[in-house]
Design a protein around this ligand. Structure first.
Ligand code: FAD
Length: 335
């Protein structure tokens, strides 16, 4: 275990574009590495991707290990698992982080089985203990409590983290770092068991609430009788997106792509307006890191008020239209 050093991040790229979650993980890895005075290494795998290394260094990596090979042009489990397993055996990181994306969720368990170490999936927080162990926190028992898990007997300590949970650092293109090319001897026979025949891109018509700066979010309190119109009106004047709690998704009133929370999206907008949302722990898990939270609820004891920067006790059907009119009036004066 003593030979294990540093923090490695799987820098997921798709078609030459580094995924946001990779930058978020490098940001977090940087903080953890500074605590234990170690290095951050980004692992970049693909074909003709070397140029992306500077992005990873600007984001906070000290070193980038690049596997540039036609075998790993597109993500397929076996060649990627072979490449990462080889690198982990060779470079022995103490900690290995992946995004909890479809790729990370496929790759992570393969690696943990091959490396005979643990994997804590879907972490919401990562910290270093006094004994330099990684404390990996994630919701447990249906999200009713948060469990902090440690992997004390095996290395690396591995975890996946959902996109949007960690905060990426400002890019600093003056940062210097080392770029090392790593050649992998692939077991081609094993790799050929699965081949990519063709790619079909799903048409992206769904909104991405994780990208919105302002979210107007509604819960069961909005009601079933066209209540979302009041949310949409406010969202319209604020150039915001509408999102919701799971209660509204389960009721079939809004699509799952707009659900915030443990089984929905993790969001961190500049402003999150929670209307008629009680503030269940599974909902809070997806939004409590928003910059500014305004809660509107007619129950002054609703738990949402505990995370709100501004709380309005009242009927959302009165408060939201009044707010919309007020904002419209201010906007009209500014014109
Ligand atoms: P409620 O809890 O019913 O709250 C409605 C609120 O509206 C109340 O506080 C009430 O006072 C207020 N209200 C009513 N009328 C008005 C009015 N006219 N004006 C103002 N306020 C009013 N939930 C999520 O949101 N996201 C998830 O990802 C998620 N994942 C889950 C995963 C698991 C494994 C489990 C077990 C649960 C999960 N849940 C999730 C569900 C979660 O536990 C809650 O049931 C859900 O968040 C409740 O939604 P709500 O706040 O809209 O409804």
């Amino acid at each position: 275990m003593e030979n294990y050093k540093g923090i490695q991040v799987f820098a997921e790229q798709r078609e030459g574009v580094i995924q946001n979650v990779a930058f978020e993980l490098i940001g977090k890895a940087r903080e953890l590495a500074d605590t234990i005075q170690e290095q951050v290494t980004a692992l970049l795998i693909g074909h003709n991707v070397s140029d992306l290394s500077k992005e990873l260094i600007a984001a906070g990596a000290d070193r980038v290990l690049v596997v540039d090979d036609i075998m790993v042009k597109d993500y397929i489990t076996e060649p990627y698992a072979q490449a990462v397993t080889h690198i982990i055996h060779e470079y022995k990181p103490e900690i290995f982080l992946l995004g909890a994306t479809t790729i990370g969720r496929d790759l992570g368990p393969r690696l943990s089985a091959r490396l005979q170490t643990g994997l804590t999936a879907d972490c919401t927080s990562l910290e270093i203990s006094e004994d330099r162990e990684l404390m990996m926190t994630r919701p447990a028992f249906g999200g009713n409590l948060m469990a902090t898990i440690m992997c004390t007997d095996h290395r690396p300590q591995m975890s996946t983290v959902r996109p949007g949970v960690m905060r990426r650092h400002e890019m600093d293109y003056d940062r210097k770092g080392e770029v090392v090319r790593v050649d992998i001897k692939f077991d081609v026979e094993k790799c050929n068991r699965v081949r990519l025949i063709r790619k079909e891109r799903e048409e992206k018509t769904l909104v991405d609430i994780t990208e919105a700066n302002v979210l107007v979010s509604g819960g069961r309190g909005v009601g079933t009788q066209g209540g979302f119109a009041v949310l949409a009106d406010l969202a319209g004047v604020l150039h915001a997106e509408v999102s919701s709690s799971r209660a509204m998704v389960d009721a079939g009133l809004i699509g799952h792509e707009r659900q915030v929370g443990q089984t929905g999206k993790t969001v961190r907008p500049d402003l999150y307006i929670a209307a008629g949302i009680s503030g269940a722990i599974q909902h809070l898990a997806g939004m409590e890191d928003s910059e500014f939270i305004i809660a509107i609820n007619k129950d002054k004891f609703a738990p949402i008020f505990q995370v709100a920067d501004l709380g309005i006790v009242g009927d959302l059907h009165k408060v939201l239209p009044a707010l919309t009119e007020k904002i419209k009036a201010i906007q009209a004066i500014k014109k």
